[in-house]
Design a protein around this ligand. Structure first.
Ligand SMILES: Cc1cc2nc3c(=O)[nH]c(=O)nc-3n(C[C@H](O)[C@H](O)[C@H](O)COP(=O)(O)OP(=O)(O)OC[C@H]3O[C@@H](n4cnc5c(N)ncnc54)[C@H](O)[C@@H]3O)c2cc1C
Length: 464
């Protein structure tokens, strides 16, 4: 073999990079992957649905096993942790159960260490019965815990992981309470759309305790969690799930002196090469991404970015000339039959950027209003006053609502104005939408506000 590529982290970003680089350079590149867990290429995104019972087992969430990667010529080393990076020597310090500590040399280094879940620094956090949902091992532990027939669950955090886990626990027949310090669930939405999520969750029987930070976890005599203290009240609980979001796992990178942004994520070029480094690459939850709408660098830890960024890094390591073009912060989730989606800037982002903007929120339906199965959906758009450029979109509604956010994401990507979005040639037939697509209906409402004198129309004026 000629060069060695050493990859730290064997999930989405790391294995995408490893696979692309190996595919392109074959025997000219030795690819060694260090993974401290027992899995490769697994879908954390699927954990809520596995816990809920939609997915049969952990194996179904593994896209490619270590054996499959090895068959492709990649040297995957499981339960092997990188403990230090020596950039000058071109070596990584490694610890594994069998051979203890050793140093491995590299010609190219790929950092794909992902993120670590936020754990609240409050008394009782180490009680038995408090679960994370970051890894498949976490999922196994939680599913084991649910076999003990608990009755009450508290989910800490009402972001997308929190609401997905609330649904999963509800489907096990538990009494579920979600606690968050924000005023509404899904703080990636504006509060007016977050309110719609709250109202729907309350109707589903999920208790919400908002504007309330968790103060402590209380244990019973055996050390198992029995209650969560928050805002001066106590919420009895046999199971607690943490869904407080994640922080980039960049402790090794920081110690090696690599450049980090404000949120502690690695700074890279569009090639995914770490800034200022010739042979160090990074991708996934441990890096910042360029937000094409706001023009700023942000930390958005999502699998969709990790896969693409890892692929770009691998192509470049393999000798191609690839670039990761940035993101527009599109995200989608659901709680029971309520779908939730957002892209671009929210009102707080736009205000912080000092932009003048207009916004419009419309109530519409997922299919033609007369068609069987039609269901309500709400679409909110934001546009820049001076130019009409679309700045952001948010959708909350029943089945068939959320994926419409992708139309808005493409419009943002292409810097379309709401007028252009309104006139795009989108599909129509009654089983799929109203004659004006819901997104175009919302664009029409914004255009009406932007164009002086034109009335704001929230309903289609022609049939079809
Ligand atoms: C419950 C849940 C639901 C999600 N749902 C979605 C979704 O619906 N859509 C979406 O886009 N994203 C979703 N995500 C986010 C998505 O899972 C992550 O963005 C994605 O896994 C990031 O991939 P990654 O390779 O960067 O990092 P990770 O998946 O975190 O992988 C990093 C790997 O590096 C290993 N590692 C770290 N440090 C070391 C070290 N020092 N030595 C050796 N190994 C190390 C870790 O063990 C880990 O396997 C979800 C996440 C969770 C937890």
């Amino acid at each position: 073999m000629g060069e060695r590529l050493l990859v730290i982290g064997g999930d989405a970003a790391g294995m995408s990079a490893a696979s692309q680089a190996k595919r392109l350079r074959r025997d000219a590149l030795e690819v060694v992957v260090l993974e401290r867990g027992p899995w490769t290429s697994y879908s954390a995104c699927g954990i809520p649905y596995w816990v809920a019972g939609d997915v049969p087992d952990a194996d179904a969430l593994v896209a490619r096993t270590p054996a499959q990667h090895r068959a492709n010529g990649i040297d995957v080393r499981l339960r092997t942790e990188a403990t230090g990076i020596d950039l000058d020597a071109g070596q990584v310090e490694v610890r594994d159960a069998d051979s203890g500590r050793q140093r491995l040399g590299f010609d190219q280094l790929m950092i794909a260490t992902g993120a670590v879940p936020v754990r609240p620094a409050v008394p009782g956090i180490d009680c038995r019965g408090i679960y994370g949902v970051q890894t498949l091992d976490d999922g196994c532990r939680l599913i084991d815990g649910l076999r003990g027939a608990p009755r009450r669950a508290v989910v800490v955090g009402a972001g997308y992981i929190g609401v997905e886990m609330a649904e999963a626990l509800l489907r096990h027949g538990l009494e579920v309470t979600v606690i968050d310090q924000a005023g509404e669930p899904m703080s990636a939405l504006d509060p007016d759309l977050g309110r719609l999520v709250r109202e729907a969750m309350e109707k589903m029987g999920i208790g919400l305790v908002l504007s309330t930070p968790v103060e402590a976890f209380e244990a019973d005599a055996s050390g198992g969690v029995r209650a969560v203290a928050a805002g001066g009240a106590t919420y009895e609980s046999d199971v607690v799930v943490l869904g407080l979001g994640v922080q980039p796992e960049t402790s090794l990178a920081r110690a090696a002196g690599l450049p980090l942004g404000a949120r502690g994520a690695l700074r890279t070029e569009a090639s995914m090469r770490v800034r200022g480094q010739a042979a160090v690459w990074a991708a996934g939850d441990c890096v910042e991404s360029f937000d094409r709408v706001s023009g700023t660098w942000v930390h958005v830890p999502l699998g969709t970015h990790a896969n693409k960024q890892g692929r770009v890094a691998g192509l470049n390591i393999g000798g191609r000339d690839a670039a990761f073009p940035g993101i527009v912060r599109t995200a989608i989730s659901k709680v029971c039959d309520l779908e939730i989606a957002r892209t671009g800037m929210g009102e707080a982002d736009v205000q912080a950027a000092g932009l003048s903007y207009v916004t419009s929120t419309i109530e519409t339906t997922t299919r033609a209003g007369y068609f069987p199965g039609t269901a309500p959906m709400t679409v909110k758009l934001l546009a820049e006053s001076a130019t009409g450029r679309l700045l952001g979109a948010q959708i909350v509604g029943r089945e068939g609502s959320a994926k419409r956010i992708d139309t808005c994401a493409v419009a943002l990507w292409s810097r379309l104005s709401v007028e252009q979005l309104m006139m795009c040639d989108l599909s129509y037939a009654p089983p799929f939408s109203s004659v004006w697509d819901p997104v175009q209906l919302a664009a029409r409402a914004v255009v009406g506000k932007l164009v002086a004198g034109e009335p704001v129309a929230a309903e289609p004026v022609t049939g079809g």
